[in-house]
Design a protein around this ligand. Structure first.
Ligand code: OSB
Ligand code: MG
Length: 371
């Protein structure tokens, strides 16, 4: 297949509630949505970059630039047999994984729609359902946090993750643990600590956490290995796993015992599969992270998690936790048992609501092959 048109939009969707991490507080989702077309069929790719470079270096503006000036021309020149060929074909462009990933994701969706099968079938996954976990942002107070945990626990989520940062960590974890002795619980620091905090972080060992996610530098692997040696709790890496090689390096030196896979961060679904396979071969559990995606990116995450190595609940929660009106119909819902049904219709598997996409669009541009 040969792409004839790529459309990029910037969308703004208000969040139902602000989401706060150690690096930012956001009250709306601003993201790029790519539509790629070939022979009258389209595929959709949601980009996980934000307006700012506070999680990782890419932003909506850098993605737009790199897509328009470098990746789209490479994509138009490709005769695509299999979406697995896309990431290697973009290799001349170094980095810019989020830009590469949304392009590749749109091509995966297009390829599965053309084949008339759900995305999970094309990547070698299975149908059924996936296990859903929830990520709770930093709250104003301990009481507000406990109330949020109660609500999500009651909703059925199979594990709860809370965001932490210096000054908002041990006491909160202790309070949750006191009230929920058996709850599968983890924390995510988004790089808010340094090795100087190793003893402080080791105090988390008392609370039987399933893991501590990305405590140290966003691009660090070596210090995480030092920290992991001092903790009983498993370290999970998110930000610093940007490629299969980074995953191999981290595992080789013992920087983590669990890996969070986000397709946007690693350059797409093919790279995600490569990390999944590497971890599976070494018996290392992986789970799928989230980036407050609209239903479009959220559904891609659902399909990805049908691969067998995704043995822990991911950060894919119900659309309604984030958006009053999602861009897909039906929205992503979570059962009382904390599961999400894997769609069986072609591609992402839920209808994309064009009128809602139009309403959320603040900018639009299109590129054509040969133009
Ligand atoms: O570190 O996993 C993260 C959200 C934005 C940026 C980074 C992260 C997150 C989350 C939320 O934890 C996951 C979600 O609910 O989509
Ligand atoms: Mg994280």
């Amino acid at each position: 297949m040969i792409l004839d048109r790529i459309e990029v939009r910037r969308l703004e969707l208000p969040l139902v509630a602000p989401f706060e991490t150690s690096f930012a507080r956001v009250d709306r989702k601003e993201f790029l949505l790519l539509t790629v077309s070939a022979d009258g069929i389209s595929g959709f790719g949601e980009c996980v970059a934000d307006a700012d470079p506070y999680y990782l270096p890419e932003t909506n503006e850098t993605v737009l630039h790199v897509l328009r000036d470098f990746l789209a021309p490479l994509a138009f020149a490709l005769e695509i047999g299999d979406p697995r060929e896309v990431f290697p074909a973009l290799a001349r462009v170094r980095g810019h994984n989020m830009a590469k990933a949304c392009l590749e994701m749109a091509i995966w969706d297009l390829a599965s729609r053309r084949a008339g099968v759900p995305l999970h079938r094309v990547i070698g996954g299975r149908g059924g359902e996936i296990a859903s976990g929830v990520s709770i942002g930093l709250q104003e107070s301990e009481a507000a946090l406990l109330e949020k945990v109660e609500r999500e626990h009651a909703a059925g989520y199979q594990r709860v993750k809370i965001k932490i940062k210096p000054g908002k960590d041990l006491k909160l974890v202790a309070a949750i643990r006191a009230r929920y002795p058996k709850l599968p619980l983890m924390v995510d620091a988004n790089s808010a600590y340094t090795l100087v905090d190793a003893d402080h972080l080791a105090a988390l060992d008392a609370f039987d956490l399933t893991m501590i996610e990305q405590p140290l530098g966003f691009d660090d692997i070596v210090d995480h290995a030092t920290l992991q040696r001092r903790l009983r709790t498993a370290v999970c890496l998110d930000e610093s796993i940007v490629s299969p090689a980074a995953a191999r390096h981290a595992l080789d030196i013992g920087a983590c015992r669990i890996i969070n896979i986000k397709a946007g961060r690693v350059g797409g679904i093919a790279q995600s599969i490569a990390i999944h396979d590497l971890c599976a071969a070494r018996g290392v559990p992986v789970w799928c992270g989230g980036m407050l995606e609209s239903g479009i990116g959220r559904l891609a995450n659902v399909h990805l998690q049908t691969l067998p190595g995704f043995s822990m609940p991911g950060d894919t929660a119900a659309s309604a936790r984030y958006f009053a009106e999602d861009l897909v119909d039906p929205p992503v819902v979570v059962t009382k048992r904390g599961t999400i049904a894997v769609p069986e219709s072609p591609g992402l598997g839920h209808a994309i609501l064009g009128a809602r996409v139009d309403r959320a669009t603040v900018f639009k541009e299109e590129w054509r092959r040969g133009a």
